[in-house]
Design a protein around this ligand. Structure first.
Ligand SMILES: [Ca+2]
Ligand SMILES: [Ca+2]
Ligand SMILES: [Ca+2]
Ligand SMILES: [Ca+2]
Length: 420
């Protein structure tokens, strides 16, 4: 008690002496996305940004933008007045969307909810079974379809993933040193969280003798690391991951991540990828309140060019935390899903994060039936709208008859989708 009192007195004395000026929101460095008007990088605009104290951290060619560290948020109006600058938005954080009771909408605080489960004989998990992926495999296993898991990375040496793991890229910069000197090591895409490895296993764990089987067990998995070890990342890194996917012949993007903040830059990035022929699938969010009249669908799932996926449980119900809204396009298993983890083991976790890869894996199954044999030269000569239409038309209607804000068009049906 005496110690606490002394600590309080000494803290008060420090403040009174004014040795630590109060840090306010407006005096903190402000990480921004600056969208330029021209399609070529404008040197005069860059000079003007630097004259205002801004530091250009990197370019975002997909949205004709720059990531700029401004001295403070108060500089935004001046930056917006620079010739050649179209607009400025904050480079916000986005989060992995596995469900943790009491933590929805905020940054994750741990790396997993359950103890590692020992490896055992291979099992067909309830989610993959419920969407009848195993009945689609006679027609399609997603062979050769490139699926980008834009997430926390993928465990580089997980025995249930190595057969299908094609490679990866990292966009997460180190967390120490001056921000303008932090450069991401592109090869550092190993998963330091677990979430991305779990998602990857739902898409494409191997059909072998061990562990689990993914929805598309011969798809090619690409680890696009944009979220850090806490499951949090910059919006600009997500945009970079989408850009990389477009440039590397990725057919399907899974984003089990989101934010409640609308971002024009993110909207433009997903639209550009969709125009380039990529099927984009994302978690609807874990912010549901059970009321279909209020909308909690997160971004990027909420954008028109992205398939928003809600979660279902073993009884075909939607958990109360699964976000509802008119943008929910499909539902897929997302409660108590067992999949691969980044320590080589298996974990059982929940979230729309787990629903999205069931749908993304099914999109990969449909793509092999649409396009035929996939090889490294597959160039996006299919229409992603066709894949979406097939998934919607074959979904199993649940809940209120027809389209509804809980299940969208219904539960993904892989068997019917590949037959379509
Ligand atoms: Ca089944
Ligand atoms: Ca397996
Ligand atoms: Ca609601
Ligand atoms: Ca329905």
């Amino acid at each position: 008690m005496v110690g606490l009192l002394l600590a309080m007195v000494s803290l008060g004395a420090t403040v009174a002496r004014g040795q630590k000026p109060a840090v306010t929101a407006s005096s903190r460095p402000f990480r921004s996305i600056v969208i330029l008007e021209d399609h070529s990088l404008n040197n005069e605009a860059v000079d003007a940004l630097e004259n205002l104290g801004g530091r250009v951290l990197k370019e975002l060619p997909l949205v004709n933008g720059l990531v700029v560290l401004l001295p403070s948020e108060a500089a935004v109006p001046e930056v917006e007045a620079v010739a050649g600058v179209a607009r400025v938005e904050p480079d916000i954080r986005v989060f992995a969307l596995h469900h943790r009771p009491g933590h929805d909408g905020g940054p994750p605080s741990d790396n997993g909810d359950t103890d590692p489960e020992p490896e055992e004989e291979q099992t067909l998990e309830w989610g993959v079974d419920r969407i009848d992926a195993e009945l689609a495999w006679a027609t399609s296993t997603g062979q050769g379809v490139a699926v980008a898991v834009i997430d926390t990375g993928i465990d580089k040496d997980h025995p249930d993933l190595t057969d299908n793991l094609s490679g990866g890229i990292n966009f997460v910069a180190p967390s120490t040193g001056p921000p303008w000197q932090r450069v991401a090591d592109p090869d550092n895409w190993d998963d330091d969280n677990g979430h991305g490895t779990h998602v990857a296993g739902i898409v494409g764990a191997s059909n072998n003798q061990i562990g689990v089987i993914g929805t598309a067990p011969q798809s090619n998995l690409w680890a696009v690391k944009v979220l850090d070890k806490n499951g949090s990342g910059f919006l600009s890194d997500v945009i970079d991951g989408i850009n990389w996917s477009v440039n590397n012949n990725i057919a399907v993007i899974n984003m089990s991540l989101g934010t409640s903040s609308d971002s024009t830059a993110l909207n433009e990035a997903v639209d550009a990828a969709y125009q380039a022929g990529v099927v984009l699938v994302a978690a609807a969010g874990n912010s549901g309140d059970g009321d279909p009249s209020t909308n909690e669908v997160l971004y990027p799932a909420k954008y028109d060019s992205v398939v928003a996926v809600a979660a279902t449980d073993k009884s075909d119900g939607t958990p109360s935390w699964s976000s509802e809204g008119e943008q929910v396009e499909l539902a897929a298993p997302g409660v108590e899903i067992r999949s691969t983890w980044n320590d080589g083991s298996y974990h059982t976790i929940s979230g729309t994060s787990m629903a999205s890869p069931h749908a993304a894996g099914t999109a990969a199954l449909v793509l092999t039936t649409l396009v035929g044999t996939f090889d490294a030269d597959a160039d996006g000569s299919w229409d992603p709208a066709e894949v979406r239409a097939a998934l919607q038309a074959t979904a199993e209607d649940l809940g209120p008859a027809g389209f509804d804000n809980f299940y969208g068009h219904g539960l993904v049906d892989a068997e019917q989708a590949v037959a379509e």
